[in-house]
Design a protein around this ligand. Sequence first.
Ligand code: AMP
Length: 304
Amino acid sequence: MIVADDRAGLLKARETLGIGAGAFSGGSALALVPTMGALHEGHRSLIRLARERAAHVAVSIFVNPLQFGPTEDYSRYPRTFDADLEACAAEGVGVVFAPSAEDMYLPDRQVGVSAGEMGSVVEGEFRPGHLDGVLTVVLKLFNLVQPDVAVFGQKDAQQLAMIRRMVADLNLPVSIVGGPTVREPDGLALSSRNRYLSRDDRVAALALSRALEAGAGQALDRGDGADETRVLAAEAGRRAPAEIRRAALAVLEAEPSLVVDYLVLVDPATFAEVGDDHTGEAILAVAARVGSTRLIDNVTLDIR
Ligand code: AMP
């Protein structure tokens, strides 16, 4: 496994792996899994997905200052570099790209990606500028690593949708693959931030996945496991979206130590709230704070 911390190191790694320096071969030579480190089983599942899609896998480890707000947890975000390298080696990763913030951003940086209107709703409403920061670093990582394929988790559903939008809007020659959310046996979605949770916080945090389950309460079918979509049967006259929101909200409201930022049922492509007559896919997404830790989770529903 090659560890590169700058562009020259990346080019050398490409050469060593026999990928060559040519940008965007349009094939399946190299898959990138962008991460902020503190790797857990969710990240590892994406690495395994990447290995199925390409001959070589690159993992980037970079805590991106641009995507944290001034009052957020950039400085205390967990950093576990040695363990991350071990995890990457165990998963057969070819290249780890771990640049410094100084290497990534010029001090007089001017230009970045705008996430547009879609970047100012849902997560964007509560984290202004966050999705601009995500898209900017992802575009930079694509340009530096030059992957054919890039793998992201459905756990950050709006991020994944916006990356697909950026690829379409800016004609980026990268195939985007989404991976299902990996959970603890009790339903809690794995997150690098879970390690901040006290024992009581962790119990309260379970309300997020329980709320999503309640919203998807009429699930008939767990799907084929590829995208975890729950299929809901809408009986004649039933206002499924309103019922879904109500059932989920009731679970959140029963947990007094949660501060809910949002619970929304949105169109997967636009993240606009769906109306009560909506049929087809929708994402039920939640964000809440437990103590000083902010958690997000979501589930994809197919309302028929
Ligand atoms: P992060 O390191 O939190 O920026 O996440 C890096 C990638 O891992 C993103 O594409 C996330 O959506 C994905 N990810 C985070 N948590 C999970 C999880 N529990 N299951 C699957 N993918 C995840």
